[in-house]
Design a protein around this ligand. Sequence first.
Ligand code: SAM
Length: 273
Amino acid sequence: MAANTEDNMPEFDISRPTIARVYDALLGGKDNFAPDREGAAAYVKYVPNAGDCAKENRQALVKGVRYMANKGIDQFLDIGAGLPTMENTHQVAQSVNPDARVVYVDNDPIVLAHGRALLATNDNTTVITADLRDPRDILDHPEIKELLDFSRPIGLMVVGLHMHFHDEEQPDEWVRVLLDACPSGSYLFITDFVDTGEPLQKGMEKAGLESLGNGWIRTPERITEHFLGLPLVEPGLDFLARWFPEEPDKEVPAAEDLKPYQRILMAGIGYKA
Ligand code: SAM
């Protein structure tokens, strides 16, 4: 079964759930189909607050982009961008600096279809269909070359993506290729599912494996390795509800006082000196 949501748009296989559309369903979006909603229901079965996890992840994305934009970053490479939703990277970045440039990359063509409509009037932002597994293709993509200047710092974003790859695939090596192309002064922003031994974290993994066939949890030590040796900006790697890079001195709840669903994702930003 295929769906074509707009004229001249690619056709999508809507018979199976995709990561982008299940995530959209969890966020309460409308760009999803019945199998995606079933996939989202599998998440809710194991993690009743899975939708809140997705929303906290989006809030973390906003916090991270605003942090980097306020640090002077005016070029963002957002890998695994997802379907457009409430506040997207370009809107956050361009609210700080209207000239900020953003390239969204996603391997699901539905993101391109919906992104095009959103970005039709924005010359500083584009969306391309490409795969993190082929990082050199991303760097060689004509639209990336046109919009981003790799002699100047980049905000490299791999937000909510690592969990979809098994360690055996070595996702860090793909990110390394992208990071190597970014000059000093760049940032690497990551969120991922964490494993500190809690049953609900394991539930998130079970849900992902059941609905999408991926969605692994990792120890904080292993997530730290995603940053490829970069030092992390304050407050380091932490649960999303405790992570405020622009207010590192903000009073935040103790980790044990968070609700269990708030201990499923962690965020961090590495700085390339
Ligand atoms: N980054 C957004 C956020 O955090 O709100 C969206 C996260 S969503 C959970 C993960 C996104 O990564 C989906 O849109 C999915 O299509 C995309 N994705 C999955 N595998 C990918 C790959 N190999 N290359 C590029 N994008 C990928």
